[in-house]
Design a protein around this ligand. Structure first.
Ligand code: KDG
Length: 344
């Protein structure tokens, strides 16, 4: 008998237990239900950390604060859900930083290619004062940004050909790859510069767009490629690590303003704890997901330092165009944090 391949594979890596939930039970300020929409699937670190967030609130409010999580973009995409937070028709969401640059322009620094070389450097940046001031930058938009979390290092996948160089993206005798990007101008610029045909598109539409051949490929962390089953429609993966994008945990200001201060404090604390746990989960998922994708038949190209350097050089015009617009000082400040972690 043939066992279905998907049954034979584990759904998650061996995950470390979430940290024990401690801290006092908060006072009774009534029952609250928070609706949270996310883009990714139930097996993703994003969902698992959201569940942990819900567990913290449940335990520390003795069941009075509950969180309903709606995965798989079922309530809308990142852009739509942020707008729903503004109007108060959704309580919480959890987008990539990239589509959130329409609210806080400085966030675009995270979209600069190859700026953050290691997870350690990325986390140092997320914990920095300059990152906190980006979260504060949402004040007055109708959205309260609670915490940065990890989406991760983004990798290229496609259904057309193996990609090991910028020339493979552009195609020499053939057309450039059509690549779906997040709704963000720096990402468009990256893929245009590499000679691809980029198309911004909502994440929820991506699987069928690839299935139908509307686009050849996309870029996301290995964990997203795996948990969204992109390998079913993508034959090739390239370990480009071209961008590290964070997630941002957000709550509607309308919802926030209705909450008792003690509930607010608990939600803020839980968001930070869930973010920390998510970074741990994302770390555990990363290489494991790549290996799972290989086992499931995706051909994955690991790039050596010279090959990465070729991509870095090819996207230099993106810096020339965007660093002045994002702010040379901000870019330099982030580069300094990176350098400090590399010298530690
Ligand atoms: O909830 C987050 C997802 O909707 C999205 O941000 C995933 O990185 C992502 C993408 O490519 O859109």
């Amino acid at each position: 008998a043939t066992l279905s391949v998907s049954i034979a594979h584990a759904q998650t890596p061996d995950l470390s237990e979430p940290p024990a939930i401690d801290g006092d039970v908060v006072g009774d300020h009534g029952s609250v239900t928070l609706r949270m929409g996310i883009g990714l699937a139930e097996t993703s670190p994003q969902y698992l950390s959201s569940q942990y967030f819900a567990d913290i609130l449940d335990q520390r409010s003795e069941g009075r604060i509950s969180v309903n999580i709606f995965p798989n973009s079922q309530l809308g995409d990142d852009v739509q859900m942020m707008e729903m937070l503004q109007t108060g028709s959704l309580d919480m969401t959890y987008p990539s930083s990239s589509p959130a640059t329409t609210y806080v322009e400085e966030l675009a620094v995270f979209d600069l290619p190859f700026l953050l070389p290691t997870r350690e450097a990325a986390i140092a940046v997320l914990n920095s004062e300059v990152a906190q001031s980006m979260l504060d930058g949402f004040d007055g938009t109708g959205i309260k940004a609670l915490a940065f979390s990890e989406n991760g290092f983004r990798q290229l996948s496609n259904s057309a050909r193996e990609v090991a160089s910028p020339e493979d993206v552009a195609g020499l005798d053939v057309r450039g790859l059509s690549v779906r990007t997040m709704e963000n101008p720096v990402h468009l610029s990256i893929w245009e510069t590499l000679g691809a045909n980029p198309t911004p598109m909502a994440f929820g539409e991506l699987f069928s767009a690839m299935e139908q051949g509307v686009v050849d490929g996309q870029e996301n962390p290995w964990s997203t490629i795996l948990t969204s089953n992109f390998h079913e429609v993508q034959d090739y993966g390239s370990e480009t690590r071209h961008v590290y994008t964070p997630f941002i945990k957000m709550i509607s200001e309308r919802t926030w303003d209705r909450l008792d201060a003690e509930y607010q404090e608990l939600i803020q604390e839980a968001a930070l704890q869930a973010a920390e746990y998510e970074i741990q989960l994302a770390t555990e998922y990363d290489d494991w997901s790549r290996n799972q994708l290989e086992e499931r038949g995706m051909q994955i190209t690991r790039l050596d330092d010279d090959q990465i350097a070729a991509f870095q050089e090819a996207v230099q015009p993106v810096y020339d165009e965007w660093a002045p617009r994002i702010g040379e000082d901000l870019v330099a400040e982030i580069q300094q944090i990176v350098e400090d972690t590399m010298n530690d």
